[in-house]
Write a protein that binds this ligand. Structure first.
Ligand SMILES: Nc1nc2c(c(=O)[nH]1)N[C@@H](CN(C=O)c1ccc(C(=O)N[C@@H](CCC(=O)O)C(=O)O)cc1)CN2
Length: 288
């Protein structure tokens, strides 16, 4: 049987269709969900991604604010911007585009984002709360991976998921999220020995290594599921699609796989944040 091609654009559209009604309802209550993005420096791919996020916001009737900071911005200057957005009641979600220039303390900057506005799931608090299922917003690419799995009713319980990559916004959080869905999780990384033999044991492979066409079809067990979260220049994934396709039972392409769902999950979290912040304001005004 031919492998199932997991169509991320279709999944993203289903998320956006649901969001539209919620946005309308919020607007009826006088609230327009608003996402603020911060981009430090001149990385061309990052410029495209923040533009895509703003475009999608506007298509859905949401607001967006884009903050562009020069390459030489210091950590303290970036923290000031985040604090300003934290205290702006019109802003419901904040996203700091990764990567930031190397002289910036990215962890410090991520952790400055108020938890209730951390719609990208990048704070240490958000990571912990996602791991312990305490209702934080998960990182958007891991959330997109789960969304694709659920849309296509793919089985996770008891399956061996091999994650290749351990980044704070992808490999680490997706491992915890798959563990929470009762998958048996192995995390591999650049120092892992015999990677191909570990991948051979996987029912589900998450390619999140940041190297184009890294995962080869000959590494795969027949019938495994390949979820490619790569976004390398030229829209090339982390899995070698040509060789992985015939060995898999289901596979995400690049482009058109996890990427589009990532942005729709970011907007979903922002709408949820707007709803929660509205509820909190109501509770406080009832008390006072
Ligand atoms: N703070 C964050 N930084 C980054 C994240 C993130 O989730 N949070 N993810 C990546 C990049 N990224 C979003 O920022 C992203 C990459 C690719 C796509 C996407 O939809 N790609 C398309 C192809 C591109 C195109 O159509 O031009 C696809 O795969 O079909 C979305 C988001 C790094 N930084």
């Amino acid at each position: 049987m031919n492998p199932l091609i997991l169509d991320g654009r279709k999944v993203a559209q289903s998320v956006k269709d649901e969001l539209m009604a919620q946005i309308c309802e919020l607007k009826g209550k006088g609230v327009t969900p608003k996402l603020a993005t911060i981009l430090v420096g001149n990385d061309e791919a990052s410029k495209t991604y923040v533009q895509m996020k703003a475009n999608t916001c506007h298509k859905l009737g949401m607001e967006s604010e884009r903050v562009f900071l020069p390459e030489e911005t210091t950590t303290d200057e970036l923290l000031d911007v985040i604090q300003r957005l934290n205290s702006d009641h019109q802003v419901h979600g904040i996203l700091l585009q990764h990567p930031v220039p190397s002289h910036i303390d990215e962890r410090k900057a991520f952790d400055e984002i108020a938890l209730e506005k951390d719609v990208d799931g990048v704070t240490s608090h958000g990571f912990g709360a996602t791991t312990f299922q305490l209702g934080a917003y998960p990182c958007c690419t891991p959330a997109a991976i789960l969304q694709v799995i659920d849309y296509y009713n793919l089985e996770l319980e008891g399956k061996h998921a091999v994650i290749i990559g351990r980044s704070p916004i992808l490999g680490k959080p997706v491992s915890m999220m798959l563990l929470n869905r009762n998958a048996t999780v192995t995390i591999c990384h650049s120092r892992t020995e015999n990677l191909d033999q570990i991948v051979k044991q996987a029912d589900v492979v998450v390619a999140a290594v940041g190297r184009p066409k890294f995962v080869k079809g000959e590494w795969l067990k027949e019938g495994s599921i390949v979820l490619d979260a790569g976004y390398n220049p030229g829209n090339i994934g982390d899995a070698d699609y040509e060789s992985c396709y015939p060995k898999s039972s289901a596979i995400t392409p690049v482009p058109g796989g996890i990427g589009p769902v990532t942005i729709s999950m970011l907007l979903k979290h922002t709408v949820e944040a707007a709803q929660r912040q509205l509820n909190t304001t109501k509770t406080h005004s009832n008390v006072s």
